[in-house]
Design a protein around this ligand. Structure first.
Ligand code: F6R
Ligand code: ZN
Length: 191
């Protein structure tokens, strides 16, 4: 068998996914982000501090993955579970990022819950796509992406992307996402 330089040969495998709990039980990487990890991301910083102090710094979202080599040719995949809730009236969301290798895309298949994938380019384009069960969002190369939970239950999605992609959080932290997602009197507003 001939292999290609830069893409490691590995054995095939399967993973278990608990769709309802939004977990990959035997994940090797389990990232947990709490409310305190989200400082600087919400418009109402005081509301975030109140949430941290009054609710014991609750888990905001978790990412489960069985990693593969971070190389061109491999596909990284994960389960991401974002809890419902608001900071002030802004819906719980992920930090969001560009990929470090900017020309890598990603797909998100929503397995449970409801929300939006909000996306932005470095030259100021904005796009929001609904995330609802059985719907897939395609995040093309170059778009920073953040998921937002607008519902009352966990937003669970399964994502797949080029394993060499990497995560660039710094640029979008500086730029912001242009729009924010709020739930006011039961209605979702993207403004
Ligand atoms: C991977 C990807 C997702 C997110 C996850 C958490 O490229 O987009 O797996 O990493 O939804 O969001 P972040 O990474 O923005 O904290
Ligand atoms: Zn990504």
């Amino acid at each position: 068998m001939q292999t290609v330089a830069g893409t490691s040969f590995i054995e095939p495998f399967t993973v278990e996914i608990d769709v309802n709990r939004g977990e990959m039980p035997r994940a090797k990487h389990h990232i947990v982000r709490r409310a305190s990890d989200m400082r600087g991301h919400y418009a109402d910083q005081e509301a975030l501090e109140r949430l941290i102090a009054d609710s014991g710094d609750p888990v905001h979202y978790e990412v489960f993955e069985v990693p593969v080599p971070e190389e061109y040719g491999h596909l990284m995949y994960c389960i991401s579970t974002l809890q419902p809730g608001t900071v002030g009236d802004e819906c719980f969301m992920t930090k969001g990022h560009y990929h470090t290798v900017v020309n890598t895309g990603e797909t998100y298949l929503c397995l449970r819950g409801e929300g939006y994938m909000i996306m932005k380019t470095s030259d100021g384009r904005f796009n929001a796509q609904p995330m609802v069960r059985d719907r897939m969002v395609y995040v093309p190369p170059y778009w920073a992406h953040r998921s937002v939970n607008t519902g009352d239950e966990p937003l669970v999605s399964y994502c797949v992307y080029g394993a060499e992609a990497g995560h660039n959080y710094g640029d979008i932290e500086q730029e912001g996402f242009i729009k924010r997602v709020y739930r006011r009197s039961g209605a979702v507003e993207i403004v």
